[in-house]
Design a protein around this ligand. Structure first.
Ligand code: ADP
Ligand code: MG
Ligand code: MG
Length: 898
């Protein structure tokens, strides 16, 4: 079995299809090399080796790959004409992590590996550039120290131990930038760095290049199980056994002087999706500098540079002298780079995010990948690529990540509120959106307030969790490709970066701008589309969905076979869902209507009544209210099917539990407080979720079913008179035996017939059932003899199949997930293995009796992508989900059918 794959010099052992084995970075390095893009030669150790390492340990794995690694280093040496560890003409290498999916900054990379006190001399002589050689050496010790030897900051308001030494020296020397260090400074830094390593770890910094190499390879493997990576993996549901590949590659040097540099670029705008080449670079710098926000980077294109100058309010002359674009400064290099970005986008047929380095006037490409982007950019790019003819309709649909559509449905600032807002500063519009919240300065305090804005000098991968919690991210340093910007766009989170006017003090927890001081807990608002930082709270509103989004939704209809309905309890929700393209209502929960103030009283009277007569009286009061609710919903869904579920929750949920309200109720009903108390106590159940609820209510109190049926049928007839088409589907909840259903069905049909006679008019309606008790799934064939339709209530079905109480699961589910006993929360993601079997059995047995039986799902799962796909594969007619998930479900329905 091959464990090491080589690339370089326009050839490669691997290709871009081998991401699982070579990781995304390795697979794309191979692909680029094979299609003639200049990448420094190197090799990839496969992800399988990472898994072997986790199982077998270091020694065994080193034995397994030693020979292949040594031969592959020799191969790099041949191609570069340099020798690893050589004192005269040394080869330096980078050791880079790379999992099958990109996890920006989550794992570790070491640059300039192979240096020691002697090799650095050789490098200096050979390149005739002492400055460069020592700068590389100090960078190497710094990265190797951090990644392999664990030299990280000790607490959160500490800075990196190496940075601290550098800051100290800068201060002493009265300089600001790391490019201003002299050779002697760099030598001092190397000395001090090594000293710090010795002091903290008790060990000498390793001098043998081969020891360094193995140390770095193992460190990259370990980083797969580091806290940051584990958090990121869990967040996205990536399994632990994927592992990471290790890429070992000849160094190219962006820090050789003013004819060298490094940068990051995107073939399209990752924030808006606009088709403009863009990116940032730094002269005389190495890889990490751009992302880490060490210096403020410059723009790649002239256009970008002009836009940036406007935002930063600097004049044109200053812009050109101090921050020229690559296009202006190195036109030939720019032209070459522009050619590659074009080639790569066409080759991959998707927006690319690339890294490059210029070594003394020669351009090298170090990475390409499908770029992370916001939800809005995702939609625009897919539809643009389609229009440009680069991809077809199906491919465009498949470019959309369902869950990311959610971002487009989030609120935006009200234009009116924006007009009167006080802008306190401006930064780079790193990730669009509107965010309002209270200032926090530390990622691990992001959950201190319900809405927080994380304000940092810059962010680092450690901050990921907090960035995910915060509503928005604001940084004082770093450009459009800084860590904060890239991660925020990936999360679809509003972000403003590089707002240079901000003075942030972590110790005092204050933010100072133009003499104004803001404290932790103060409200600020961010407009990620303009870069405006606004004082206080700004009102938001629903976004408008048009343009490319509307086009995309139209496209889904062309391919989707399974319909998408919505769960809606009010006319308002029904209208929102219909705007999002809902094709009917899959679930109206009638009980939600009872919780309104004037209704709950009548409801309580009904529950407290001791006699059928008393109950009927109270139900009389409820009837007109329910009827008018249904009229509103039917009207909103004119022409579409509306499924209404009969009363479901245990009655106990409706009665008052506080003394004061109990008293009030007693007075109103002219009964004693004690009587109310007794009734409340009587309704108390040990296991309400398995108690007196669902059709058990309708079967013990048939008058409830009668009233609800009457409300539904009369509402439909009333609207029919007004020319509105109603298609009611009456749904009986919590059926477990066919008799339970039959008893309810009889009441419903009898009531409907009475009304038809009374009104001398009729309307078509269906009577069906929820399948949510496991027994119902098993006897679905018997039930299907009677029922017109099935709707899987997967919330209860999950609850009863697992035996996990939905209301108590939060006590153990998080621990189960952390321990890997469960992969995901089964109430969020349908458990296909277990609960899914019941769904399949229920559908099959039902359709064995009625081949055209209408089957749908109305649990929370109806809006979760993997569950929706499962529903399609099971042959359902529709899924039903909350209004805001409708576009997502429509997309998945189309994707599943492709
Ligand atoms: P990440 O996955 O965090 O981006 P990378 O492995 O891509 O980490 O490397 C970090 C930085 O180092 C990138 O900017 C990359 O371009 C740069 N880099 C990596 N390998 C080399 C190399 N052989 N020569 C020059 N720069 C490199
Ligand atoms: Mg990278
Ligand atoms: Mg239920």
């Amino acid at each position: 079995k091959t464990r090491v794959y080589r690339f370089g010099n326009k050839t490669a052992d691997g290709n871009s299809k081998m991401k699982n084995l070579l990781g995304g970075k390795g697979a794309n390095l191979a692909e680029m090399s094979a299609i003639g893009i200049p990448v420094p030669p190197g090799f990839t150790i496969t992800t399988e080796v990472c898994t072997e390492y986790n199982d077998l340990g270091k020694d065994t794995v080193v034995d397994l790959i030693k020979e292949e690694v040594e031969q592959s280093i020799a191969n790099i040496e041949d191609q570069m004409g340099t020798t690893f560890g050589d004192k005269e003409n040394p080869l330096l290498i980078s050791v880079r992590s790379g999992a099958r999916v990109s996890m920006p900054g989550m794992m570790d990379t070491v640059l300039n590996l192979g240096l020691n006190d002697e090799v650095v001399q050789g490098l200096a002589k050979r390149t005739n550039n002492e400055q460069f050689a020592w700068d590389s050496y100090r960078r190497f010790i710094q990265m190797y120290g951090g990644v392999v030897l664990g030299m990280k900051p000790e607490s959160k308001d500490d800075i990196d131990p190496f940075e601290e030494i550098m800051e100290h020296l800068k201060h002493k020397r009265g300089i600001e930038l790391d490019t201003e260090f002299t050779v002697q400074d760099l030598k001092d830094l190397v000395y001090d760095f090594k000293d710090a390593v010795k002091k903290r770890t008790g060990q000498e910094f390793p001098t043998d290049p081969w020891d360094q190499l193995w140390g770095a390879i193992i460190a990259v493997f370990n980083s797969w199980n580091g806290n940051r990576a584990v958090y990121y993996r869990n967040m996205h549901g990536y399994p632990a056994d994927w592992g990471t590949a290790v890429n070992v590659q000849a160094m190219v040097y962006g820090n050789m002087g003013d004819n060298s540099g490094t940068g990051v670029c995107f073939t399209r705008d990752a924030g808006t999706g606009e088709n403009v080449f863009n990116g940032e670079y730094l002269i005389n710098a190495q890889g990490e500098d751009v992302v880490a926000g060490v210096r403020t980077p410059q723009q790649i294109t002239k256009l970008g540079s002009q836009r940036w100058a406007q935002l930063a309010t600097i004049d044109e002359k200053d812009r050109f002298e101090n921050y020229p674009s690559l296009e202006e400064l190195m036109p030939a290099i720019f032209k070459e780079l522009n050619g590659y970005q074009d080639t790569l986008e066409k080759h991959y047929r998707d927006m690319q995010d690339m890294e490059f380095t210029i070594q003394d006037g020669k351009l090298w490409i170090l990475q390409t990948r499908n770029g992370k982007r916001t939800g809005a950019a995702m939609v625009k790019i897919a539809m643009d690529l389609l229009k440009e003819g680069m991809i077809n309709e199906k491919e465009a649909l498949l470019l959309i990540e369902p869950n990311k559509l959610d971002e487009l449905l989030h609120p935006v600032f009200e234009p009116k509120a924006l007009k009167s807002a006080t802008i306190i500063a401006q930064g780079l519009p790193a990730s669009p959106g509107a965010a309002t919240g209270k200032i926090v300065f530390f990622a691990d305090e992001a959950n201190k307030y319900k809405n927080s804005i994380l304000v940092r000098i810059e962010t680092s991968p450690e901050d990921l969790e907090g960035m995910n919690i915060a509503k928005g991210i604001l940084t004082a340093r770093g450009g459009m490709t800084s860590h904060a910007a890239v991660v925020a766009r990936g999360m679809g989170k509003c972000c403003i970066s590089g707002a240079g006017a901000l003075k942030i003090n972590y110790k005092t927890r204050t933010l100072t701008v133009n003499g104004h001081e803001y404290h932790e807990g103060d409200w600020i608002s961010l407009n990620g589309s303009t870069g405006n930082i606004i004082e206080g709270k700004v009102a938001t509103m629903e976004p408008e969905l048009s343009g490319e989004f509307a086009e995309l939704m139209e496209l889904t209809d062309k391919y989707a076979e399974m319909k998408v309905r919505t769960n809606a309890d009010t006319p308002k929700d029904a209208r929102i869902a219909r705007n999002f393209g809902a094709q009917g209502i899959g679930l109206t929960r009638t009980e939600h209507m009872f919780f309104e103030v004037d209704r709950i009283k009548a409801m309580r009277e009904m529950i407290l009544a001791d006699t059928v007569k008393g109950r009927k009286q109270a139900l009389e009061e409820l009837l007109p209210m329910q009827r008018s609710d249904f009229e509103g919903i039917f009207e909103a869904m004119d022409g579409l099917s509306v499924t209404i579920r009969l009363l479901d929750p245990p009655l106990h949920e409706f009665v008052p539990h506080q003394l004061a309200t109990q008293k009030e109720l007693a007075d109103e009903m002219h009964i004693s407080l004690q009587a109310v108390k007794n009734k409340v106590a009587e309704l108390e159940e040990f296991n309400p979720m398995l108690g007196h609820r669902g059709c058990r209510l309708g079967n013990t109190y048939p008058e409830i079913t009668e009233m609800q049926t009457r409300a539904i049928i009369e509402a439909a007839l009333n609207l029919k008179e007004r020319g509105i088409i109603c298609k009611p589907e009456i749904m009986v909840p919590l059926v477990g035996t066919v008799k339970e259903f039959e008893a309810q069905e009889q009441i419903i049909r009898a009531t409907a017939n009475t009304i038809f006679e009374e009104r001398n008019d009729t309307i078509d309606y269906l009577v069906g059932t929820m399948i949510e008790v496991p027994r119902a799934a098993l006897v679905a064939d018997l039930i299907a003899e009677k029922a017109d339709f099935f709707s899987f209530g997967t919330n209860d079905l999950t609850q009863m199949t697992f035996g996990y109480s939905r209301d108590d699961a939060s006590k153990f589910l998080p621990i189960y997930i952390e321990k890997g006993i469960l992969k995901v929360d089964p109430f969020e993601v349908l458990d296909q293995e277990g609960v899914g079997q019941l769904v399949k059995i229920g559908t099959e047995r039902g359709r064995s009796i009625k081949p055209n039986l209408k089957v749908g799902i109305c649990g929370e799962h109806g809006g979760e992508p993997s569950s929706v796909e499962f529903c399609y594969n099971t042959g359902m007619d529709y899924v039903s989900c909350s209004p805001y998930r409708v576009p997502i479900a429509r997309l998945v329905s189309a994707q599943a059918a492709i």
